[in-house]
Design a protein around this ligand. Structure first.
Ligand code: SF4
Ligand code: SF4
Length: 351
């Protein structure tokens, strides 16, 4: 593959939009553009299958400041979902066939209305799968969060938590000093109430993402290794490990550019394009809701402020099921992160 030249233009709020062009070939953009790859396998324009998952960003506030964070979350972020927007989310969950509500952030638990919202979702349906993307350290960050494991259990929540590695040095270098030890304590508290324990019915899944400019190893093999090391080292158990590819946006994009790894990383993703993973990208059955109620094809498009291409239905208050189901999904170069190798989604590998 010819070398790629990254052109960046700085947008508002320090986000970058990147166009990848092949050096010295004016038509190169078409040849390498993600949409052209999809067209080559009859998937362009990319359309939803059906809307099953509502992924809700409850705010950008977080007790951590991880290096790879695509949300650019941290303690100083003020964006937080209001109860009014949550009420519109509840209306959609009540009126449409939403199978999974996936709560994310930032640290979703830091939203002052987090517990109210979860309780209201459970009142609507006993069967809807509620996922909380818990960063683990929030459980031990402050005594007011220490009872989160019991709260999760009471509301039959599926817990999905990032643990970049089973050693302190790799975890701390990505997520901050002391994060590994706090994560181990939080996992002990989750195991103590039954999370991850066989037969408990309480699901605890972990998420691995690479610490540098490379793609994750095979999910099954890594899961076995994580299970062995966490059991032997800390007597901890969990259900499944999801491997996730870092997408070249936000904080991880800054890292790629600053470390001189951007071009090589994009080449890796592009050359590993997998048609099966492309057919299974998560935006085909998910709608992502921003903290302010705007709708996006996925969490990544949300961070790039690419609102859904669904006329009259770009906000949760204006939800139009038909317009959203028939929309065209907005794809750009960052989408190569979802289609490389075994594929990547919020639920791990896709092929
Ligand atoms: S815990 Fe998650 S949301 Fe918070 S900074 Fe880290 S990656 Fe971002
Ligand atoms: S980045 Fe978003 S829009 Fe692009 S393929 Fe992945 S899930 Fe779909």
């Amino acid at each position: 593959m010819k070398s790629l030249k990254a052109q960046q233009s700085k947008l508002s709020n320090s986000t970058y939009e990147l166009e990848v062009l092949e050096a010295n070939t004016p038509t190169g953009f078409e040849e390498t553009a993600f949409s052209q790859k999809l067209r080559g396998i009859n998937l362009y324009p990319l359309k939803p299958t059906q809307i099953e998952i509502l992924q809700i960003n409850m705010g950008k506030m977080c007790n951590q400041v991880c290096k790879h964070c695509h949300v650019d979350a941290g303690p100083d972020r003020k964006e937080i979902m209001t109860q009014d927007v949550m009420q519109h989310c509840l209306d959609v969950i009540r009126q449409h066939d939403v199978k999974t509500v996936d709560l994310t952030g930032g640290a979703p638990e830091m939203n002052p209305n987090f517990r109210w919202f979860v309780t209201e979702i459970r009142k609507i349906s006993q069967s809807v799968n509620i996922i909380v993307r818990c960063n683990l350290t929030i459980i031990v960050a402050n005594p007011k969060y220490n009872d989160l494991p019991e709260f999760f259990k009471e509301h039959q929540i599926e817990v999905v938590s990032s643990l970049p590695y089973f050693t302190a040095n790799k975890t701390d270098s990505q997520r901050g000093d002391g994060v590994f030890d706090k994560s181990i304590r939080a996992l002990e508290m989750l195991n103590a109430v039954g999370y991850g324990v066989e037969g408990s019915g309480l699901t605890l899944n972990l998420v691995y993402n690479p610490s540098g400019a490379f793609m994750p190893a095979a999910q099954d093999a890594l899961e076995l290794e994580f299970k062995k090391r966490l059991k032997n080292g800390y007597n901890l158990v969990f259900n499944s490990l999801y491997t996730i590819t870092n997408l070249p946006i936000s904080r991880f994009l800054d890292y790629l550019i600053n470390s001189g790894n951007y071009e090589a990383y994009m080449e890796k993703l592009i050359s590993a394009f997998n048609p099966v993973a492309a057919a299974n990208v998560m935006c085909r059955n998910t709608i992502s809701v921003g903290w302010d109620g705007y709708l996006f094809d996925c969490d990544f498009n949300q961070m790039l402020d690419l609102k859904v291409a669904a006329e009259g239905s770009q906000h949760i208050a204006d939800w139009n099921q038909a317009a959203l189901t028939n929309r065209e999904i907005i794809v750009k170069q960052h989408c190569y992160g979802c289609t490389a190798g075994a594929g990547s989604s919020c639920g791990g590998a896709t092929s």
